[in-house]
Design a protein around this ligand. Structure first.
Ligand code: UDP
Ligand code: MG
Length: 321
């Protein structure tokens, strides 16, 4: 069994002032217990990434860092809100090379912290990536559960390599993190990229509980955004499907043409307002949908070509162990 001497836990935090005290206490207790039973070495710590919070999150991270020892809890403050995915990348970049493995998870600890133990065991047995997968979606609202299912179905149909019910809770070895950081793209969709990286991987099942403190930062609009982001950053099938729709619509137009010709020859023409207006609307919307999909990809190319930095670190608190 290989050793895990240095373990880091990265928590992206956006307006998490209310939850951090509870989360850090719970996490450090779990990590201390893991150290006690010999699963990990004595160099373990929690890195909170303040993703441009508007509440007192950064002050809270500073206080917790002082309370738990500056090596145990540290924080990096990003200059503005860059979103969940980029905040995770910022955390990973910060700890890369300074630890043997990293666990990323949401700051509200909705994902069962006790699964870290199993993740660590799998790492020690040789896994480079261990994905946390929810057993079910009982703790989600009706709307969230159903939109999530639709999201995974859509992902499957576009051949995007996602593991259903796996979110951002996972353990990665230092090597896997360094490889991940070589992906230069701006439109990051970690839960698609990471399972597609290869490496010896495994999953750990856990139950997700409702959020204890604070509220969700993923309203419906954000989730939709995330779904479009996920699909278009991985698959060009939607663009291809436009081509297919175009062919089908051409064939349809041809048969309509034959029908119209026959009607004219037989002298059976009607005042065609209804069919005209219908086809105008139909074709008009088809063109708009097609343009929309193409626009989504062109937008992505635009962002990638600019290759802007993903984030800026404004300040750092606490020392890395
Ligand atoms: N988060 C972030 N930046 C954002 C939005 C969210 O870093 O712009 C973090 C948030 O602090 C939390 C995680 O992403 O740690 C997941 O967010 P949340 O718990 O609100 O999502 P939900 O569990 O409701 O899907
Ligand atoms: Mg949450």
């Amino acid at each position: 069994m290989r050793e895990l001497l240095r373990l880091c836990v990265v928590l992206p935090c956006y307006n998490e002032e209310d939850t951090l005290e509870y989360s850090i206490k719970t996490l450090t207790d779990v990590l201390a217990a893991l150290h006690e039973d010999g699963s990990i070495g004595k160099c373990y710590n929690v890195v909170c990434v303040d993703d441009g919070s508007k509440d007192g999150t950064w002050g809270m991270i500073g206080r917790l860092s002082d309370r738990y020892g500056r090596g145990r809890v540290c924080g990096i403050k990003l200059s503005r809100n860059v979103g969940h995915q980029n905040a995770i990348i910022a955390g990973l970049e910060h700890v890369a090379g300074r630890c043997d493995a990293v666990v990323t998870m949401d700051a509200d600890l909705q994902d069962d912290v006790n699964a870290i133990k199993e993740m660590v065991q799998k790492y020690r047995l040789g896994c480079e990536i261990v994905l946390g997968v929810r057993r079910d979606r009982k703790s989600d609202s009706f709307a969230k559960r159903h939109t999530a299912n639709m999201f995974y179905e859509l992902m499957k149909s576009t051949h995007t390599p996602v593991i259903p019910n796996h979110a951002e809770y996972r353990l990665m070895s230092c090597n896997a993190v360094e490889c991940l950081l070589r992906y230069g793209e701006r439109n990051v969709f970690l839960r698609g990229i990471i399972p597609s990286m290869g490496f010896k991987s495994d999953v750990v099942y856990y139950d997700r509980v409702p959020r204890k403190y604070g509220k969700s930062k993923y309203p419906m609009a954000q989730m939709l955004n995330f779904a479009v982001e996920g699909i278009t950053s991985f698959s060009i099938r939607p663009i291809r499907s436009i081509f297919l729709v175009g062919i089908v619509s051409l064939v349809l137009t041809l048969s309509v043409g034959i029908y119209v010709l026959a009607a004219i020859l037989l002298g059976r023409t009607y005042p065609g307002w209804a069919s005209l207006i219908l086809s105008l609307w139909f074709l008009g919307s088809l063109v708009l949908v097609a343009l929309g999909i193409i626009g989504e990809y062109i937008g992505k190319i635009y962002l990638e070509v600019k290759a802007r930095p993903r984030y800026f670190v404004e300040s750092v608190v606490g020392e890395q162990v």
